[in-house]
Design a protein around this ligand. Structure first.
Ligand SMILES: [Zn+2]
Length: 396
């Protein structure tokens, strides 16, 4: 009989006096069994250690070590002051993907309260072994993100890391020359604001506000991203990301089927959509104008690309401007929230799934899948993250 110590996530809400019988990492009166995937399962007996007694339950346990959330559970935050990580998502489908991967059920009750004047809506949960505050942005765009981020700082004054998670448009290849296909994930600790500047005759001169006036990402995050780029660490990140994406019984999996290689259509940049007004999913543009993609010869596993994100209030739907900005700034992705959040938090990581090619053929078809890959990558990212101050509430 295998002896396992099963620690489940904390029951949500501020710690109550009745919960103080927590010993050996187990909340005895609130013990719940974690959902486990069907794949590679065998029936085993699990013995739960509790003070003065053993409880034997039948549980399905995977034969592999692919359930890292069983390894650790953070202590339950006492108050808003104990949270260190905020996750920002603008679209409902982005937030839903994050919530679907929570280690615990999540809490929308608002029981931790908010600062006066804070109109944000939050979901509290555990993701990748970390307590997080999920911030639901009211709409896309820099100004909404900046306002929400300021309110978040007022309500959760000790947030140290802000993660912007969701979907983005992408260029065709990253800075290493690797093809970017839809569903891949972009990770960045650097953002430029591509649509803020001066329009002079014949030229737009970007104002380099973020780089000049705002603090750069923390040395801790930069160092961590450097580590993640190493072959072994990146492969582990990819394995974990794909595991979370494909957990057969997760709440995420049934919602996000891969849309199919035939729907991943990158047109030549010299060929803007010639059938504007028709449904973008079937605009009738000829396949002869598609760019051949090596990775799409078969359904690809989502990849992770590290590179600069261009953020702005304008929706990028122009292959010409996409490539112009990308070449000038070395950007590999376009989105609309990170610049606003960057103004409020000095330490920001962007994790975004590629849902279109930021061109005139932009559609919404890939948004759910891209949001799911980003959420899965976020969870793998948090799992891999070793905080510098492990004694911080919510970080251990
Ligand atoms: Zn077209």
């Amino acid at each position: 009989m295998q002896q396992l110590l099963l620690r489940d996530c904390w029951p949500l809400g501020p710690k109550r006096a009745a919960d103080t019988n927590r010993r050996d990492g187990v909340d005895a009166p609130n013990m719940k069994r974690r959902r486990l995937p069907k794949a590679s399962q065998v029936e085993k007996s699990i013995v739960l250690k509790q003070p003065n007694k053993l409880i034997t339950v039948s549980e399905s346990v995977p034969t592999t070590s692919t359930i890292p959330e069983m390894e650790s559970t953070p202590s339950r935050p006492e108050s808003r002051d104990d949270f260190r990580i905020a996750v920002f998502s603008a679209l409902t489908l982005e937030a839903n993907a994050v919530k679907a991967l929570f280690d615990n059920p999540g809490d929308d009750s608002g029981r931790y309260g908010k600062a006066p004047g804070d109109f944000n809506t939050y979901t509290i949960g555990v993701l990748g072994g970390r307590n997080i505050v999920l911030v639901h942005l009211p709409r896309a765009g820099k100004s909404a993100a900046a306002t929400a981020a300021a309110n978040c700082r007022a309500s959760f004054p000790n947030i140290k890391r802000a993660l912007v998670v969701g979907i983005c448009g992408v260029v065709s290849t990253d800075m290493e020359g690797l093809e970017i296909v839809l569903g891949d994930v972009i990770i960045s600790d650097n953002v430029i604001e591509h649509d803020l500047g001066r329009q002079i005759p014949g030229e737009f001169v970007r104002k380099n506000t973020l780089a000049e006036s705002l603090p750069r990402s923390s040395a801790e995050i930069s160092s961590f991203l450097a580590k993640l780029k190493c072959d072994e660490d990146k492969q582990k990140l990819l394995r974990d990301m794909n595991m979370y994406l494909n957990l057969p019984r997760s709440k995420l999996n049934p919602l996000v089927p891969y849309p199919g290689v035939h729907n991943d259509r990158l047109f030549d940049a010299s060929y803007p959509c010639s059938n504007q007004g028709k449904p973008r999913d079937n605009c009738g543009c000829p396949d002869s104008k598609l760019v051949p993609r090596v990775r799409l010869r078969q359904p690809p596993q989502p990849e992770v690309h590290f590179g600069l994100v261009a953020s702005g209030d304008t929706v990028m739907k122009s292959e010409v401007d996409r490539d112009r900005i990308a070449q000038k700034e070395d950007a590999i992705a376009f989105e609309m929230e990170s610049a606003g959040i960057w103004e409020q938090f000095p330490s920001v990581v962007v994790i975004k799934g590629a849902c279109d090619y930021a061109d005139s053929h932009k559609t919404k078809l890939w948004q759910p899948y891209a949001a799911a890959t980003a959420a899965a990558c976020l969870k793998a990212f948090l799992r891999a993250w070793t905080p510098s101050m492990p004694s911080e509430p919510g970080m251990q």
